[in-house]
Ligand binder design. Sequence first.
Ligand code: PLP
Length: 350
Amino acid sequence: MNWQNEEIISEVKEELDKFAQNRFFLLGEYTDKFEKMFAKNQQSEFFIGLSSGTVALQLLLRSQKLPIGSKVLVTSFCPIPTVMSIYEAGLVPKFVDINPKTLNISVEELNRVYSKDCKAVIAVHIFGKMCEMEDISNWCKLKDIPLIEDACQAVNSKRKESSIGQHSVGAAMSFYPTKNLGAWGDAGGVITNSPEVREKLLYLRNYGLNSNFVSESLGGNYRMDELQALILLKKLPLQSKDMELRDRVLNFYVERLGKSNFQIDTSEDYHNKHVTSYLMNSNESREKYRSFCIDKGLKSVFFYEQPVYRHKGIKENLHLQNCEDVCSRIINLPTDEMRQDIVDFLKEIT
Ligand SMILES: Cc1ncc(COP(=O)(O)O)c(C=O)c1O
């Protein structure tokens, strides 16, 4: 069992008696308490609990009332739900190449593909490493288009004193079970400092209803459920210990393998180590590492082995060079285990 789950299980069992007597299984006291605690914890004004990270992105896009069919600038190096949320909001993705050092988009790459029909940007903090938010936000202001953060992998991350949600209309969070802060099912939400965005999301998540049960706008069923809020409340105090453990594991690998192939600049980033990525020298050495993983019974599928535009549902005929190159060489190292055999193997083949 994952150590965080082990740590909370007896408290959860005790709390379930009280939970069962609850009159509100949705949008009740647990969600309310988690929303307040999590907003404070992430140094933000508001947090709105939703049913998933994908929904959080979709509703943030819908809250901006962009013309249907508008283009949204988005990284080519991300998981498919980021792009799904764009289609679900009635919009169309326009893919941006990455900076191979950060694995994130940059102003330079945005300028390369921008056209007048681009009406928003989603900045994805890939693997928990935050984008250069100050620069991207200034660029968006010049173009007069909203900036949305996909912080689904970035709970607890910071950059140069910037926090999540500070430079955007809102940041989507996911509590998918494998995240640093993981629920026992689907859950997500939005961090924002804007009262207007908060209000729109409160309507959108609950069929558009106001307090008199009249629908103000077309919404849906996108609520966070109370049981997930209970689990997240119990896990929130464990986050600093989780960060310490991840730090210790990362330092083990960095000390032995050197900094250059990691995408983490520990001097300026407060990275949450959601995923530790390492760039091999070539696709050939990556394939050797894959065989090593298979032999050892380790995970042998890496994030991400293809640019997101190559998924069958998208079918864009693109070739963004930096992204293609990274996808052909990337591996992930364990975030919870210090393995000397991995270090030895990587040293031997690179
Ligand atoms: C970067 C990113 N965006 C979006 C999502 C979607 O979140 P969810 O699975 O909660 O819908 C994920 C989840 O894995 C993610 O890693």
